[in-house]
Write a new protein. Sequence first.
Length: 112
Amino acid sequence: MAVHLETSTPNKVLSSFKKAIDDGLIVTWSYDKDGDFTHTAQQWKYLAWFRPEVESGKELTFFIIKPKSKTISSEVYAIYHGRLIESLLVHCDSLFTNAIATAMPSDGDNVS
C-alpha cells in the first residue's frame, strides 16, 4: 500500500508538494513535524498518514502508516492513495513521469 513516483528529482517533488500546502494551494493535505502527510477532509482526517522516502535517487515513495491501535480499511486505503496521486498530478505533474499505487502492503508500510 504505497505510492511510488518515478522522478529524477524526488526531493524537488517533495519540497514542491510541501510548499503548495504551505502556500494554501493544497488544502486537503497537511504534514506534521515528522514530515508525514494526512488528508484533512473531515471524513478522512487522521485515518492514515503517508511517510515519504527517497529511494535510489530516482523514486519518491509514500508509505502508508496506520493510526495507533487501528487498522486501515480498504476504503481508507483507496481514498488516501487516489487523492494523494490526484493532488500530486494537479500540483507537481511536471516533476515526475509515473505514479503507481500498490494494491497490497509493501515493505515499509505499517497497516496492522
